[in-house]
Ligand binder design. Structure first.
Ligand code: SF4
Ligand code: MSK
Length: 627
Protein backbone atom coordinates (compact mmCIF):
# COMPACT_ATOMS: atom_id res chain seq x y z
CA UNK A 1 0.00 0.00 0.00
CA UNK A 2 1.35 3.45 -0.84
CA UNK A 3 1.87 6.32 1.57
CA UNK A 4 -1.10 8.17 0.11
CA UNK A 5 -3.50 5.49 1.27
CA UNK A 6 -2.03 5.56 4.79
CA UNK A 7 -2.46 9.33 4.77
CA UNK A 8 -6.10 8.87 3.82
CA UNK A 9 -6.53 6.76 6.93
CA UNK A 10 -4.85 9.03 9.49
CA UNK A 11 -3.37 12.51 9.73
CA UNK A 12 -0.85 11.39 12.36
CA UNK A 13 2.77 10.59 11.61
CA UNK A 14 3.02 7.78 14.15
CA UNK A 15 -0.19 6.29 12.74
CA UNK A 16 1.10 6.37 9.16
CA UNK A 17 4.43 4.82 10.10
CA UNK A 18 2.79 2.03 12.07
CA UNK A 19 0.25 1.37 9.32
CA UNK A 20 3.19 0.78 6.98
CA UNK A 21 4.80 -1.52 9.53
CA UNK A 22 1.56 -3.41 10.13
CA UNK A 23 1.47 -4.17 6.43
CA UNK A 24 5.08 -5.34 6.46
CA UNK A 25 4.38 -7.50 9.52
CA UNK A 26 1.20 -8.95 7.99
CA UNK A 27 -1.05 -7.47 10.69
CA UNK A 28 -4.65 -6.65 9.83
CA UNK A 29 -6.04 -3.44 11.36
CA UNK A 30 -9.42 -1.85 11.95
CA UNK A 31 -9.16 -0.02 8.62
CA UNK A 32 -8.60 -3.28 6.70
CA UNK A 33 -11.62 -4.82 8.37
CA UNK A 34 -13.73 -1.75 7.57
CA UNK A 35 -12.84 -2.19 3.90
CA UNK A 36 -13.74 -5.87 4.07
CA UNK A 37 -17.18 -4.95 5.46
CA UNK A 38 -18.09 -2.73 2.51
CA UNK A 39 -20.77 -2.11 1.52
CA UNK A 40 -22.45 -1.79 4.90
CA UNK A 41 -26.11 -2.81 5.16
CA UNK A 42 -28.20 0.16 4.03
CA UNK A 43 -31.17 -0.80 6.22
CA UNK A 44 -28.97 -0.84 9.32
CA UNK A 45 -27.33 2.46 8.38
CA UNK A 46 -30.76 4.07 8.25
CA UNK A 47 -31.90 2.40 11.47
CA UNK A 48 -34.64 0.55 9.58
CA UNK A 49 -33.84 -3.02 10.60
CA UNK A 50 -35.18 -4.69 13.71
CA UNK A 51 -34.36 -8.00 15.37
CA UNK A 52 -36.08 -7.37 18.67
CA UNK A 53 -38.14 -10.55 18.41
CA UNK A 54 -38.26 -13.85 16.61
CA UNK A 55 -41.20 -12.95 14.38
CA UNK A 56 -38.48 -10.99 12.57
CA UNK A 57 -35.85 -9.92 11.77
CA UNK A 58 -37.64 -7.19 9.83
CA UNK A 59 -36.71 -4.25 7.68
CA UNK A 60 -38.54 -1.30 6.21
CA UNK A 61 -38.03 -0.37 2.58
CA UNK A 62 -36.82 3.26 2.57
CA UNK A 63 -38.03 3.72 -1.03
CA UNK A 64 -41.63 2.94 -0.15
CA UNK A 65 -41.87 0.02 -2.59
CA UNK A 66 -41.37 -2.88 -0.19
CA UNK A 67 -42.75 -3.50 3.30
CA UNK A 68 -43.49 -0.42 5.39
CA UNK A 69 -44.13 -2.37 8.58
CA UNK A 70 -42.40 -5.15 10.48
CA UNK A 71 -44.27 -8.40 11.15
CA UNK A 72 -45.65 -6.89 14.38
CA UNK A 73 -46.81 -3.74 12.58
CA UNK A 74 -43.99 -1.43 13.72
CA UNK A 75 -43.35 1.33 11.19
CA UNK A 76 -40.14 3.21 10.42
CA UNK A 77 -40.67 5.79 13.20
CA UNK A 78 -41.15 3.12 15.85
CA UNK A 79 -38.25 0.97 14.68
CA UNK A 80 -35.81 3.90 14.41
CA UNK A 81 -36.84 5.31 17.82
CA UNK A 82 -36.56 1.88 19.45
CA UNK A 83 -33.11 1.29 17.98
CA UNK A 84 -31.89 4.70 19.12
CA UNK A 85 -33.32 4.10 22.59
CA UNK A 86 -31.42 0.82 22.84
CA UNK A 87 -28.16 2.49 21.78
CA UNK A 88 -28.59 5.05 24.53
CA UNK A 89 -29.49 2.36 27.06
CA UNK A 90 -26.25 0.54 26.28
CA UNK A 91 -24.17 3.70 26.47
CA UNK A 92 -25.76 4.83 29.73
CA UNK A 93 -25.37 1.33 31.21
CA UNK A 94 -21.66 1.27 30.31
CA UNK A 95 -20.83 4.57 32.01
CA UNK A 96 -23.06 3.85 34.96
CA UNK A 97 -21.75 0.35 35.60
CA UNK A 98 -18.24 1.83 35.53
CA UNK A 99 -19.45 4.25 38.22
CA UNK A 100 -20.92 1.41 40.26
CA UNK A 101 -17.57 -0.43 40.30
CA UNK A 102 -15.95 2.69 41.77
CA UNK A 103 -18.64 3.04 44.42
CA UNK A 104 -18.00 -0.57 45.45
CA UNK A 105 -14.30 0.17 45.83
CA UNK A 106 -15.16 3.25 47.92
CA UNK A 107 -17.27 1.07 50.19
CA UNK A 108 -14.48 -1.51 50.41
CA UNK A 109 -11.99 1.22 51.38
CA UNK A 110 -14.37 2.32 54.12
CA UNK A 111 -14.63 -1.28 55.35
CA UNK A 112 -10.85 -1.75 55.29
CA UNK A 113 -11.04 -4.56 52.73
CA UNK A 114 -9.25 -2.78 49.86
CA UNK A 115 -5.58 -2.69 50.85
CA UNK A 116 -4.42 -1.16 47.54
CA UNK A 117 -6.67 1.88 47.78
CA UNK A 118 -7.06 4.94 49.97
CA UNK A 119 -9.05 8.15 49.99
CA UNK A 120 -6.88 10.66 48.16
CA UNK A 121 -9.14 13.71 48.34
CA UNK A 122 -10.82 13.82 51.73
CA UNK A 123 -12.05 17.39 51.24
CA UNK A 124 -13.92 16.31 48.11
CA UNK A 125 -15.30 13.26 49.93
CA UNK A 126 -16.80 15.60 52.52
CA UNK A 127 -18.11 18.05 49.92
CA UNK A 128 -19.86 15.36 47.87
CA UNK A 129 -21.14 13.68 51.05
CA UNK A 130 -22.78 16.96 52.07
CA UNK A 131 -24.53 17.11 48.68
CA UNK A 132 -26.02 13.70 49.46
CA UNK A 133 -27.10 14.83 52.92
CA UNK A 134 -24.50 12.58 54.58
CA UNK A 135 -23.21 14.03 57.85
CA UNK A 136 -19.52 14.78 57.30
CA UNK A 137 -18.67 17.17 60.12
CA UNK A 138 -16.46 15.71 62.87
CA UNK A 139 -16.69 12.11 61.54
CA UNK A 140 -13.91 9.80 60.41
CA UNK A 141 -13.33 9.76 56.64
CA UNK A 142 -14.05 6.01 56.54
CA UNK A 143 -17.47 6.43 58.13
CA UNK A 144 -18.34 9.26 55.75
CA UNK A 145 -17.13 7.18 52.78
CA UNK A 146 -19.31 4.23 53.84
CA UNK A 147 -22.43 6.37 54.10
CA UNK A 148 -21.68 8.17 50.84
CA UNK A 149 -21.15 4.86 49.01
CA UNK A 150 -24.51 3.64 50.30
CA UNK A 151 -26.26 6.87 49.34
CA UNK A 152 -24.81 6.59 45.84
CA UNK A 153 -25.92 2.97 45.61
CA UNK A 154 -29.45 4.21 46.32
CA UNK A 155 -29.14 6.34 43.16
CA UNK A 156 -28.82 3.12 41.18
CA UNK A 157 -31.95 1.61 42.65
CA UNK A 158 -35.57 2.55 42.23
CA UNK A 159 -36.55 3.69 45.70
CA UNK A 160 -35.97 7.37 44.96
CA UNK A 161 -37.91 9.70 42.72
CA UNK A 162 -34.85 11.64 41.47
CA UNK A 163 -31.06 11.32 41.46
CA UNK A 164 -28.99 12.92 44.21
CA UNK A 165 -26.71 15.02 42.00
CA UNK A 166 -29.54 16.56 39.97
CA UNK A 167 -29.46 19.42 42.46
CA UNK A 168 -26.32 20.59 40.64
CA UNK A 169 -28.39 21.51 37.57
CA UNK A 170 -29.82 25.04 37.43
CA UNK A 171 -33.38 25.32 38.73
CA UNK A 172 -34.97 26.27 35.36
CA UNK A 173 -33.48 23.14 33.75
CA UNK A 174 -34.75 20.89 36.52
CA UNK A 175 -38.19 22.47 36.21
CA UNK A 176 -38.11 21.85 32.45
CA UNK A 177 -37.20 18.18 32.94
CA UNK A 178 -40.10 17.86 35.39
CA UNK A 179 -42.51 19.47 32.92
CA UNK A 180 -41.38 17.12 30.14
CA UNK A 181 -41.49 14.11 32.44
CA UNK A 182 -37.82 13.28 31.84
CA UNK A 183 -36.36 13.82 35.32
CA UNK A 184 -34.23 10.70 35.82
CA UNK A 185 -35.28 8.59 38.80
CA UNK A 186 -32.94 5.62 39.37
CA UNK A 187 -29.86 5.08 37.20
CA UNK A 188 -30.58 1.39 36.62
CA UNK A 189 -34.31 2.09 36.47
CA UNK A 190 -34.06 4.32 33.38
CA UNK A 191 -31.94 1.81 31.48
CA UNK A 192 -34.16 -1.05 32.51
CA UNK A 193 -37.28 0.89 31.51
CA UNK A 194 -35.73 1.79 28.15
CA UNK A 195 -35.15 -1.91 27.45
CA UNK A 196 -38.67 -2.75 28.63
CA UNK A 197 -40.30 -0.09 26.46
CA UNK A 198 -38.45 -1.31 23.36
CA UNK A 199 -39.62 -4.92 23.79
CA UNK A 200 -42.23 -5.89 21.20
CA UNK A 201 -45.65 -4.63 22.16
CA UNK A 202 -44.76 -2.05 24.80
CA UNK A 203 -44.10 1.59 23.86
CA UNK A 204 -45.10 2.19 20.25
CA UNK A 205 -45.24 5.97 20.28
CA UNK A 206 -41.98 7.18 18.75
CA UNK A 207 -42.07 10.51 20.62
CA UNK A 208 -42.71 8.81 23.93
CA UNK A 209 -39.80 6.45 23.22
CA UNK A 210 -37.49 9.38 22.49
CA UNK A 211 -38.48 11.14 25.72
CA UNK A 212 -37.51 8.03 27.67
CA UNK A 213 -34.24 7.88 25.71
CA UNK A 214 -33.49 11.43 26.90
CA UNK A 215 -34.36 10.51 30.50
CA UNK A 216 -32.10 7.48 30.21
CA UNK A 217 -29.24 9.65 28.89
CA UNK A 218 -29.78 12.14 31.74
CA UNK A 219 -29.47 9.26 34.21
CA UNK A 220 -26.00 8.75 32.73
CA UNK A 221 -24.86 12.39 32.63
CA UNK A 222 -26.24 13.54 35.96
CA UNK A 223 -26.04 10.06 37.50
CA UNK A 224 -23.73 7.19 36.55
CA UNK A 225 -21.00 9.20 34.82
CA UNK A 226 -21.11 11.92 37.45
CA UNK A 227 -20.74 9.36 40.23
CA UNK A 228 -17.83 7.75 38.31
CA UNK A 229 -15.99 11.05 38.08
CA UNK A 230 -16.64 12.16 41.64
CA UNK A 231 -15.67 8.84 43.21
CA UNK A 232 -12.54 8.63 41.02
CA UNK A 233 -11.52 12.04 42.35
CA UNK A 234 -12.21 10.97 45.93
CA UNK A 235 -10.20 7.75 45.59
CA UNK A 236 -7.37 8.90 43.34
CA UNK A 237 -7.25 12.70 43.61
CA UNK A 238 -8.93 15.64 41.89
CA UNK A 239 -6.94 16.59 38.78
CA UNK A 240 -4.67 19.62 38.83
CA UNK A 241 -2.74 20.93 35.81
CA UNK A 242 0.05 18.51 35.03
CA UNK A 243 2.60 18.21 32.23
CA UNK A 244 2.72 15.11 30.09
CA UNK A 245 3.55 13.86 26.61
CA UNK A 246 1.65 12.10 23.88
CA UNK A 247 1.93 9.81 20.80
CA UNK A 248 3.68 6.47 20.25
CA UNK A 249 7.00 8.25 20.80
CA UNK A 250 6.33 7.94 24.56
CA UNK A 251 7.34 4.27 24.30
CA UNK A 252 10.99 3.71 25.21
CA UNK A 253 13.31 1.33 23.45
CA UNK A 254 15.50 0.78 26.51
CA UNK A 255 12.69 0.30 29.03
CA UNK A 256 10.02 -2.22 29.90
CA UNK A 257 6.91 -0.78 28.24
CA UNK A 258 3.52 -1.47 29.82
CA UNK A 259 0.25 -0.07 28.49
CA UNK A 260 -3.07 0.23 30.29
CA UNK A 261 -6.15 0.40 28.10
CA UNK A 262 -9.84 0.77 28.84
CA UNK A 263 -11.69 3.14 31.14
CA UNK A 264 -11.76 2.48 34.83
CA UNK A 265 -8.84 3.77 36.95
CA UNK A 266 -9.41 1.00 39.51
CA UNK A 267 -6.88 -1.29 37.78
CA UNK A 268 -4.60 1.24 36.11
CA UNK A 269 -3.90 3.11 39.37
CA UNK A 270 -2.61 -0.06 41.02
CA UNK A 271 -0.49 -0.90 37.96
CA UNK A 272 0.99 2.61 38.11
CA UNK A 273 2.00 2.13 41.74
CA UNK A 274 3.60 -1.23 40.96
CA UNK A 275 5.56 0.34 38.08
CA UNK A 276 7.09 2.74 40.62
CA UNK A 277 8.04 -0.02 43.06
CA UNK A 278 11.77 0.11 43.87
CA UNK A 279 12.26 -3.67 43.92
CA UNK A 280 10.63 -4.06 40.50
CA UNK A 281 12.65 -1.16 39.08
CA UNK A 282 15.81 -2.90 40.36
CA UNK A 283 14.69 -6.11 38.73
CA UNK A 284 14.12 -4.27 35.45
CA UNK A 285 17.67 -2.91 35.60
CA UNK A 286 18.97 -6.42 36.31
CA UNK A 287 17.20 -7.54 33.13
CA UNK A 288 19.01 -4.86 31.11
CA UNK A 289 16.21 -2.28 30.95
CA UNK A 290 16.79 1.25 32.23
CA UNK A 291 13.35 1.44 33.80
CA UNK A 292 9.64 0.61 33.63
CA UNK A 293 7.66 2.86 31.33
CA UNK A 294 3.91 2.96 31.90
CA UNK A 295 1.82 4.51 29.12
CA UNK A 296 -1.90 5.00 28.67
CA UNK A 297 -4.36 4.29 25.89
CA UNK A 298 -7.91 5.60 25.58
CA UNK A 299 -9.69 6.73 28.71
CA UNK A 300 -7.98 4.78 31.47
CA UNK A 301 -4.88 6.46 30.03
CA UNK A 302 -6.65 9.81 30.32
CA UNK A 303 -7.46 9.05 33.96
CA UNK A 304 -3.76 8.47 34.75
CA UNK A 305 -2.64 11.41 32.64
CA UNK A 306 -5.05 13.77 34.39
CA UNK A 307 -3.99 12.83 37.89
CA UNK A 308 -0.34 11.81 37.53
CA UNK A 309 0.93 13.02 34.15
CA UNK A 310 1.39 9.42 32.91
CA UNK A 311 2.21 9.75 29.18
CA UNK A 312 -0.43 8.85 26.61
CA UNK A 313 0.42 6.49 23.75
CA UNK A 314 -2.72 7.10 21.73
CA UNK A 315 -6.46 7.02 21.24
CA UNK A 316 -8.91 4.39 20.02
CA UNK A 317 -7.52 3.86 16.50
CA UNK A 318 -3.94 3.74 17.82
CA UNK A 319 -4.54 0.79 20.15
CA UNK A 320 -3.67 -1.87 17.58
CA UNK A 321 -0.82 0.24 16.22
CA UNK A 322 0.69 0.57 19.70
CA UNK A 323 1.22 -3.22 19.60
CA UNK A 324 2.68 -3.01 16.09
CA UNK A 325 5.66 -1.08 17.54
CA UNK A 326 6.86 -4.47 18.79
CA UNK A 327 8.09 -2.66 21.91
CA UNK A 328 5.25 -3.44 24.31
CA UNK A 329 5.96 -6.02 27.01
CA UNK A 330 2.44 -6.10 28.40
CA UNK A 331 -0.96 -4.54 27.79
CA UNK A 332 -3.55 -4.67 30.55
CA UNK A 333 -7.15 -3.96 29.70
CA UNK A 334 -10.25 -3.35 31.78
CA UNK A 335 -13.37 -2.58 29.72
CA UNK A 336 -14.97 -0.55 26.92
CA UNK A 337 -13.42 0.33 23.53
CA UNK A 338 -11.03 -2.64 23.66
CA UNK A 339 -11.14 -4.16 20.20
CA UNK A 340 -11.46 -7.96 20.29
CA UNK A 341 -8.75 -8.00 17.61
CA UNK A 342 -6.02 -6.97 20.06
CA UNK A 343 -5.08 -10.48 21.14
CA UNK A 344 -4.63 -11.48 17.51
CA UNK A 345 -2.41 -8.45 16.79
CA UNK A 346 -0.34 -9.11 19.91
CA UNK A 347 0.27 -12.70 18.82
CA UNK A 348 2.57 -11.34 16.08
CA UNK A 349 4.84 -9.91 18.78
CA UNK A 350 6.01 -10.85 22.27
CA UNK A 351 3.39 -8.71 24.05
CA UNK A 352 1.51 -10.34 26.91
CA UNK A 353 -2.17 -9.39 26.90
CA UNK A 354 -4.01 -9.39 30.23
CA UNK A 355 -7.73 -8.90 30.78
CA UNK A 356 -8.65 -7.87 34.32
CA UNK A 357 -12.42 -7.53 34.72
CA UNK A 358 -14.89 -10.34 35.36
CA UNK A 359 -17.20 -8.62 32.88
CA UNK A 360 -14.74 -8.28 29.99
CA UNK A 361 -12.86 -11.28 28.60
CA UNK A 362 -11.18 -11.30 25.19
CA UNK A 363 -9.81 -13.85 22.70
CA UNK A 364 -6.04 -14.21 22.85
CA UNK A 365 -5.77 -12.66 26.30
CA UNK A 366 -4.86 -14.20 29.63
CA UNK A 367 -7.47 -13.43 32.30
CA UNK A 368 -6.23 -12.18 35.67
CA UNK A 369 -9.15 -10.89 37.64
CA UNK A 370 -8.71 -7.77 39.76
CA UNK A 371 -10.81 -7.20 42.88
CA UNK A 372 -10.38 -4.56 45.53
CA UNK A 373 -8.85 -7.10 47.96
CA UNK A 374 -6.22 -8.55 45.57
CA UNK A 375 -5.46 -5.59 43.27
CA UNK A 376 -2.25 -4.38 44.88
CA UNK A 377 -0.66 -7.87 45.00
CA UNK A 378 -1.82 -8.84 41.53
CA UNK A 379 -0.50 -5.60 40.05
CA UNK A 380 2.95 -6.33 41.54
CA UNK A 381 2.98 -9.85 40.12
CA UNK A 382 1.89 -8.77 36.66
CA UNK A 383 4.38 -5.92 36.42
CA UNK A 384 7.08 -8.40 37.47
CA UNK A 385 6.02 -10.66 34.61
CA UNK A 386 6.21 -7.73 32.19
CA UNK A 387 9.75 -7.12 33.40
CA UNK A 388 10.61 -10.76 32.75
CA UNK A 389 9.11 -10.45 29.28
CA UNK A 390 11.57 -7.67 28.33
CA UNK A 391 14.19 -10.28 27.43
CA UNK A 392 11.81 -11.89 24.93
CA UNK A 393 11.48 -8.71 22.86
CA UNK A 394 12.74 -9.16 19.29
CA UNK A 395 14.83 -6.05 18.44
CA UNK A 396 14.32 -6.68 14.71
CA UNK A 397 10.59 -6.17 15.15
CA UNK A 398 10.87 -2.95 17.16
CA UNK A 399 10.07 0.43 15.67
CA UNK A 400 9.08 3.38 17.84
CA UNK A 401 7.95 6.25 15.64
CA UNK A 402 7.89 10.02 16.17
CA UNK A 403 8.98 12.41 18.87
CA UNK A 404 6.39 12.84 21.62
CA UNK A 405 4.46 16.10 21.86
CA UNK A 406 4.20 18.05 25.13
CA UNK A 407 0.84 18.83 26.69
CA UNK A 408 -0.74 20.11 29.86
CA UNK A 409 -3.63 18.04 31.20
CA UNK A 410 -5.46 17.91 34.50
CA UNK A 411 -8.23 20.49 34.12
CA UNK A 412 -11.22 19.99 36.37
CA UNK A 413 -13.91 22.34 37.66
CA UNK A 414 -11.84 22.70 40.82
CA UNK A 415 -8.54 23.43 39.01
CA UNK A 416 -10.19 25.88 36.59
CA UNK A 417 -11.66 27.77 39.54
CA UNK A 418 -8.23 27.80 41.14
CA UNK A 419 -6.61 29.11 37.93
CA UNK A 420 -9.24 31.85 37.86
CA UNK A 421 -8.42 32.92 41.42
CA UNK A 422 -11.32 31.14 43.15
CA UNK A 423 -14.27 32.57 41.24
CA UNK A 424 -15.83 32.25 37.80
CA UNK A 425 -15.98 36.05 37.47
CA UNK A 426 -12.91 36.43 35.20
CA UNK A 427 -14.37 33.83 32.81
CA UNK A 428 -17.79 35.49 32.88
CA UNK A 429 -16.19 38.88 32.22
CA UNK A 430 -14.25 37.48 29.26
CA UNK A 431 -17.49 35.99 27.90
CA UNK A 432 -19.44 39.21 28.41
CA UNK A 433 -16.75 41.39 26.84
CA UNK A 434 -16.57 39.04 23.87
CA UNK A 435 -12.87 38.27 24.29
CA UNK A 436 -14.10 34.70 24.58
CA UNK A 437 -17.14 34.24 22.33
CA UNK A 438 -18.18 31.02 23.99
CA UNK A 439 -17.01 27.58 25.02
CA UNK A 440 -17.24 24.23 23.26
CA UNK A 441 -16.86 20.64 24.35
CA UNK A 442 -15.09 18.55 21.70
CA UNK A 443 -15.40 14.96 22.81
CA UNK A 444 -15.67 11.36 21.80
CA UNK A 445 -14.00 8.66 19.85
CA UNK A 446 -12.24 7.84 16.61
CA UNK A 447 -14.05 6.04 13.84
CA UNK A 448 -12.22 4.56 10.84
CA UNK A 449 -14.96 6.02 8.62
CA UNK A 450 -13.45 9.46 9.37
CA UNK A 451 -9.81 10.25 8.64
CA UNK A 452 -8.20 9.56 11.99
CA UNK A 453 -7.93 12.69 14.19
CA UNK A 454 -8.83 15.10 11.37
CA UNK A 455 -12.35 15.72 12.64
CA UNK A 456 -11.16 16.65 16.15
CA UNK A 457 -8.16 18.75 15.22
CA UNK A 458 -9.69 20.69 12.31
CA UNK A 459 -12.83 21.49 14.26
CA UNK A 460 -10.92 22.48 17.40
CA UNK A 461 -8.48 24.66 15.42
CA UNK A 462 -11.34 26.55 13.78
CA UNK A 463 -13.08 27.08 17.12
CA UNK A 464 -10.08 28.54 18.92
CA UNK A 465 -9.22 30.73 15.92
CA UNK A 466 -12.67 32.22 16.44
CA UNK A 467 -12.10 32.85 20.15
CA UNK A 468 -14.06 29.85 21.40
CA UNK A 469 -12.48 28.15 24.41
CA UNK A 470 -12.40 24.38 23.87
CA UNK A 471 -12.74 21.77 26.60
CA UNK A 472 -11.93 18.29 25.32
CA UNK A 473 -12.14 14.77 26.67
CA UNK A 474 -11.64 11.16 25.66
CA UNK A 475 -10.04 10.35 22.33
CA UNK A 476 -10.69 13.90 21.09
CA UNK A 477 -8.38 15.17 23.83
CA UNK A 478 -5.64 12.79 22.73
CA UNK A 479 -5.99 13.89 19.09
CA UNK A 480 -5.80 17.56 20.02
CA UNK A 481 -2.84 16.99 22.32
CA UNK A 482 -0.93 15.24 19.51
CA UNK A 483 -1.66 18.27 17.40
CA UNK A 484 0.02 20.53 19.97
CA UNK A 485 -3.23 22.25 20.92
CA UNK A 486 -2.99 21.50 24.64
CA UNK A 487 0.20 23.49 25.27
CA UNK A 488 0.22 27.05 26.64
CA UNK A 489 2.05 28.04 23.42
CA UNK A 490 -1.03 27.03 21.41
CA UNK A 491 -2.55 30.35 22.53
CA UNK A 492 -0.66 31.73 19.52
CA UNK A 493 -3.00 29.69 17.32
CA UNK A 494 -6.11 31.23 18.93
CA UNK A 495 -8.01 34.36 17.98
CA UNK A 496 -6.86 37.62 19.61
CA UNK A 497 -9.35 37.63 22.49
CA UNK A 498 -8.84 33.99 23.52
CA UNK A 499 -5.08 34.40 23.06
CA UNK A 500 -5.08 37.34 25.47
CA UNK A 501 -7.09 35.48 28.12
CA UNK A 502 -5.03 32.27 27.84
CA UNK A 503 -1.72 34.13 27.84
CA UNK A 504 -2.64 36.07 30.97
CA UNK A 505 -3.66 32.87 32.78
CA UNK A 506 -0.86 30.76 31.30
CA UNK A 507 -3.30 28.10 30.08
CA UNK A 508 -3.79 26.44 26.68
CA UNK A 509 -6.80 27.42 24.56
CA UNK A 510 -7.80 23.75 24.62
CA UNK A 511 -8.27 22.35 28.11
CA UNK A 512 -7.93 18.59 28.62
CA UNK A 513 -10.91 17.78 30.83
CA UNK A 514 -10.29 14.05 31.11
CA UNK A 515 -11.96 10.79 30.12
CA UNK A 516 -15.39 10.01 28.66
CA UNK A 517 -17.13 9.97 32.04
CA UNK A 518 -15.46 13.33 32.76
CA UNK A 519 -17.72 15.02 30.24
CA UNK A 520 -19.76 15.64 33.34
CA UNK A 521 -17.09 18.09 34.48
CA UNK A 522 -18.16 20.18 31.48
CA UNK A 523 -21.81 19.82 32.54
CA UNK A 524 -21.02 20.98 36.06
CA UNK A 525 -19.03 23.96 34.80
CA UNK A 526 -21.86 24.87 32.42
CA UNK A 527 -24.34 24.63 35.30
CA UNK A 528 -22.20 26.86 37.50
CA UNK A 529 -21.88 29.47 34.72
CA UNK A 530 -25.65 29.37 34.18
CA UNK A 531 -26.35 29.83 37.88
CA UNK A 532 -23.89 32.73 38.10
CA UNK A 533 -25.70 34.44 35.22
CA UNK A 534 -29.16 33.57 36.55
CA UNK A 535 -29.89 31.67 33.33
CA UNK A 536 -30.65 28.19 32.11
CA UNK A 537 -27.76 26.28 30.45
CA UNK A 538 -29.52 26.55 27.07
CA UNK A 539 -29.13 30.35 27.13
CA UNK A 540 -25.32 30.19 27.32
CA UNK A 541 -22.97 30.44 24.32
CA UNK A 542 -21.94 26.80 24.54
CA UNK A 543 -21.85 23.97 22.02
CA UNK A 544 -20.67 20.38 21.89
CA UNK A 545 -19.26 18.11 19.19
CA UNK A 546 -18.38 14.46 18.74
CA UNK A 547 -16.66 14.68 15.34
CA UNK A 548 -15.45 11.05 15.12
CA UNK A 549 -17.81 9.22 17.46
CA UNK A 550 -18.33 5.48 17.16
CA UNK A 551 -19.63 4.17 20.48
CA UNK A 552 -23.07 3.84 22.03
CA UNK A 553 -21.64 5.74 25.01
CA UNK A 554 -21.10 8.73 22.72
CA UNK A 555 -24.78 8.65 21.72
CA UNK A 556 -25.75 8.78 25.38
CA UNK A 557 -23.30 11.66 25.96
CA UNK A 558 -24.70 13.59 22.99
CA UNK A 559 -28.25 13.01 24.23
CA UNK A 560 -27.57 14.18 27.79
CA UNK A 561 -25.74 17.25 26.46
CA UNK A 562 -28.73 18.24 24.31
CA UNK A 563 -31.17 17.40 27.11
CA UNK A 564 -29.08 19.64 29.37
CA UNK A 565 -29.42 22.50 26.88
CA UNK A 566 -26.18 22.28 24.87
CA UNK A 567 -26.34 22.18 21.04
CA UNK A 568 -24.37 19.18 19.79
CA UNK A 569 -23.02 18.27 16.37
CA UNK A 570 -22.18 14.69 15.45
CA UNK A 571 -19.67 13.72 12.75
CA UNK A 572 -20.73 10.24 11.61
CA UNK A 573 -24.48 10.06 10.93
CA UNK A 574 -26.34 8.07 13.59
CA UNK A 575 -28.69 5.36 12.33
CA UNK A 576 -31.86 7.48 12.49
CA UNK A 577 -32.28 8.86 8.99
CA UNK A 578 -34.76 6.12 8.04
CA UNK A 579 -37.38 8.12 9.93
CA UNK A 580 -38.05 11.68 8.81
CA UNK A 581 -40.02 12.24 12.01
CA UNK A 582 -37.26 11.11 14.37
CA UNK A 583 -34.56 12.94 12.40
CA UNK A 584 -36.69 16.08 12.29
CA UNK A 585 -37.29 16.04 16.02
CA UNK A 586 -33.61 15.48 16.90
CA UNK A 587 -32.26 18.12 14.53
CA UNK A 588 -35.06 20.68 14.85
CA UNK A 589 -38.06 20.06 17.08
CA UNK A 590 -36.00 19.43 20.21
CA UNK A 591 -35.06 23.09 20.23
CA UNK A 592 -38.60 24.11 21.18
CA UNK A 593 -38.62 21.55 23.97
CA UNK A 594 -35.07 21.79 25.33
CA UNK A 595 -33.54 24.97 23.87
CA UNK A 596 -30.90 22.85 22.11
CA UNK A 597 -30.72 20.37 19.28
CA UNK A 598 -28.54 17.98 17.35
CA UNK A 599 -26.85 18.56 14.00
CA UNK A 600 -25.04 16.01 11.85
CA UNK A 601 -22.03 17.22 9.90
CA UNK A 602 -19.09 15.01 8.95
CA UNK A 603 -17.10 17.93 7.50
CA UNK A 604 -15.31 19.56 10.46
CA UNK A 605 -15.13 22.93 8.69
CA UNK A 606 -18.91 22.98 8.28
CA UNK A 607 -19.40 21.66 11.80
CA UNK A 608 -17.30 24.56 13.12
CA UNK A 609 -19.44 27.04 11.18
CA UNK A 610 -22.61 25.56 12.67
CA UNK A 611 -21.23 25.68 16.22
CA UNK A 612 -20.00 29.26 15.78
CA UNK A 613 -23.36 30.38 14.45
CA UNK A 614 -25.17 28.70 17.36
CA UNK A 615 -22.78 30.32 19.85
CA UNK A 616 -23.24 33.76 18.28
CA UNK A 617 -27.02 33.22 18.30
CA UNK A 618 -26.94 32.48 22.03
CA UNK A 619 -24.81 35.56 22.65
CA UNK A 620 -27.40 37.63 20.89
CA UNK A 621 -30.14 36.07 22.98
CA UNK A 622 -28.27 37.14 26.12
CA UNK A 623 -27.92 40.69 24.79
CA UNK A 624 -24.17 40.30 24.31
CA UNK A 625 -22.54 41.66 21.17
CA UNK A 626 -23.06 39.52 18.07
CA UNK A 627 -20.76 39.18 15.11
FE1 SF4 B 1 -40.04 -7.45 13.42
FE2 SF4 B 1 -41.60 -6.21 15.22
FE3 SF4 B 1 -40.12 -8.34 15.93
FE4 SF4 B 1 -38.93 -6.02 15.35
S1 SF4 B 1 -40.30 -6.38 17.05
S2 SF4 B 1 -38.28 -8.06 14.69
S3 SF4 B 1 -40.27 -5.21 13.73
S4 SF4 B 1 -41.80 -8.31 14.46
S1 MSK C 1 -12.12 5.74 24.85
S2 MSK C 1 -15.78 5.85 24.17
S3 MSK C 1 -13.27 5.58 21.84
S4 MSK C 1 -13.67 8.56 23.43
FE1 MSK C 1 -13.33 6.66 26.14
FE2 MSK C 1 -12.27 6.93 23.10
FE3 MSK C 1 -14.83 6.93 22.60
FE4 MSK C 1 -13.80 4.90 23.77
Amino acid sequence: MDQKRFSQRTITEDGRLMLAKSERDGVETVWDRLEAQQPHCGYCELGLSCRNCSMGPCRIDPFGEGPQQGVCGADSDIIVARNLGRMIASGAASHSDHGRDLVEVLEAVADGSAPGYTIADEAKLRRVAAEYGVEAEGREAGAVARDLARAMQEDYGTRLSRLGLLSRAPEPRRALWDRLGITPRGIDRETSEMMHRTHMGVDNDWQNLLLQALRNALSDGWGGSMIATEVSDILFGTPQPVASRVNLGVLKEDQVNIAVHGHNPIVSETIMRACRDEALLRKARDRGASGINLVGLCCTGNELLMRHGVPMAGNHLMTELALVTGAMEMMLVDYQCIMPSLGQVASCYHTQMISTSDKAKFPGMEHQEFHSDNAADLAQRLVERAVDNFGRRNPDKVSIPSQPVDLVGGFSVESVLQALGGSLDPLLEALKSGKIRGAAGVVGCNNPKIRHDLGHTALTSRLIENDVLVLDTGCAAVANAKHGLEQAEAAERAGPGLKEVCSSLGIPPVLHFGSCVDNVRILVLAAELAKALGQDISALPLAGAAPEWYSEKAVSIGAYCVASGIDTVLGPTPPVTGSMNVTGLLTGGLEDLLGARFAVEPDPEEAAKWMLSRIEGKRKGLGLDGR
